[in-house]
Design a protein around this ligand. Structure first.
Ligand SMILES: [Zn+2]
Length: 217
């Protein structure tokens, strides 16, 4: 009976260092393929600088880390983030891991939505939800609110919202009567972190999120 596992031929001798060197020289001379260079590029450093997303413009792991830790985004990166959900997700995931820097009360707070519309006229608002058990949002002192990032705002009013659509315990809409947009020159949309800070009965609260903003004309 035919046995497919039976070996008729003896095993080949192991490849020697001399043969490896000769093969590398052959590849390099014939097709210009630098095999040592190729393997050197497959380092951890190279992997950390390679795009994480599916396009060549996508952020690398190093860039995602710098974005979250230093909040420095070039205009080109803001444009890319505006259009690339993959990169926004990478940044948000990294940010969630770093969120422990906030006060314990703030860990449960989050800004609702990824895209914030700035109307051509009148106030704009940001919705904030609290997933924590202790209510803190409705007791926020409107004068203590500050917002930093692509938009700087003041003249705040807080209105309670129904938290149930957000699966949260508390939700408010923060209206800004006055605001100033800090978009890159010549742009009516941008993507960057905004940070909202406030005080509620003496407890400092803060939450930060990567959001895309567009001003309507
Ligand atoms: Zn991307």
């Amino acid at each position: 009976m035919w046995n497919p596992f039976s070996r008729k031929k003896p095993l080949p001798d192991p490849v020697t260092d001399v043969e490896i060197a000769r093969s590398k020289a052959y590849l390099n001379a014939r097709i210009g393929f630098d095999i040592d260079g190729f393997f050197a590029e497959q380092s951890v450093e190279a992997a950390m600088n390679a795009p994480l997303g599916s396009t060549a413009e996508c952020l690398s792991a190093n860039e995602v880390a710098r974005t979250v830790e230093e909040h420095l985004l070039t205009a080109a990166r803001r444009v890319h983030l505006y259009g690339c959900a993959e990169c926004r997700r990478a940044v948000q995931t990294y940010q969630a891991v770093c969120a422990i820097e906030f006060e314990p009360e703030s860990n449960n707070l989050s800004i609702v939505g990824e895209r914030i519309r700035i109307p051509a006229q009148g106030p704009f608002y940001i919705d904030v939800v609290n997933h924590g058990k202790r209510p803190v949002l409705e007791a926020i002192d409107p004068d203590s609110i500050s917002i930093d990032g692509m938009v700087i705002g003041s003249d705040c009013q807080i209105r309670p919202l129904d938290p149930s659509p957000y699966d949260a315990n508390e939700a408010v809409r923060v209206h800004f009567g006055k605001y100033e947009l800090q978009f890159p020159k010549g742009m009516d949309a941008s993507c960057d972190f905004i940070e909202l800070k406030a005080e509620s009965n003496g407890t400092p609260l803060s939450t930060r999120k990567l959001v895309c903003m567009r001003q309507e004309t």
